[in-house]
Design a protein around this ligand. Structure first.
Ligand SMILES: C[S@@+](CC[C@H](N)C(=O)[O-])C[C@H]1O[C@@H](n2cnc3c(N)ncnc32)[C@H](O)[C@@H]1O
Length: 203
């Protein structure tokens, strides 16, 4: 049985605290734009064409959408998040559905996306849900998945339990078991695209 995340903490106060309050925020639109630019470039390098479709899981308020559209204005964006607050406020406006990494098979996702984004979210998950989420995302990765994962060797600030972080070797083994191939900077080719990387491109 998969342990469930407590979704009630991801309310308006949570997003105000980490994203908006000048005293406490750790996120900025400039930082998100840099990540979006990186993920798009890596995906387009391997796909050899512009990215058309993006799935963003644990997308929160969907802040990646304006960042992605500032570079690729016609991109088709699908967000998924477990926060009822985020869906109520941004669901329609930014095409975000209520769901979790454990329910990806149940919410009518497409078979494949050019780019999958899981930014600042995977380390919140119980191990069982992380495994279940990666199993759903690997076959849907047409090009690249941007999977931001932290380990017990990383020094990171944020609102997450230090006890929950696993080692780098544990993460590498898990990602490999789902066919993800690391090409650096949180970018992974999915199993369908893994043969596009030359040997020394592997991270
Ligand atoms: C720090 S925010 C990151 C939001 C966005 N990805 C970003 O980069 O700005 C973490 C997000 O993970 C979501 N989340 C937490 N547990 C989740 C789960 N089990 N399934 C889906 N989303 C989850 C929260 O609702 C929250 O929106």
């Amino acid at each position: 049985m998969i342990k469930k995340t407590d979704t009630s903490r991801y309310d308006r106060a949570y997003f105000d605290h980490w994203y908006r309050d000048p005293q406490t925020k750790v996120k900025s639109s400039a930082a998100i734009r840099r990540k979006a630019s990186l993920a798009l470039s890596v995906a387009e390098y391997y796909l050899e064409r512009p990215v058309r479709t993006v799935l963003d899981v644990g997308c929160g308020e969907g802040n990646w959408l304006p960042a992605l559209r500032s570079i690729r204005p016609r991109i088709r964006y699908t967000g998924v998040d477990s926060s009822p607050y985020a869906i109520e406020r941004f669901g329609k406006k930014r095409n975000i559905s209520l769901g979790s990494f454990a329910t990806l098979e149940e919410i009518g996702l497409d078979e494949e996306y050019d780019l999958i984004v899981c930014s600042d979210t995977l380390f919140y998950l119980p191990i069982g849900e992380l495994e279940q989420g990666l199993a759903s995302l690997a076959p849907r990765t047409g090009g690249v998945s941007f999977l931001e994962l932290y380990t017990d060797q990383d020094s990171v600030i944020g609102d997450f339990p230090k006890d929950g972080l696993q080692s780098s070797s544990w993460h590498r083994k898990l990602l490999r078991s789902h066919g993800f191939l690391s090409v650096g900077s949180h970018c992974y080719l999915g199993p369908k695209a893994a043969d596009r990387a030359m040997e020394l491109e592997h991270a």
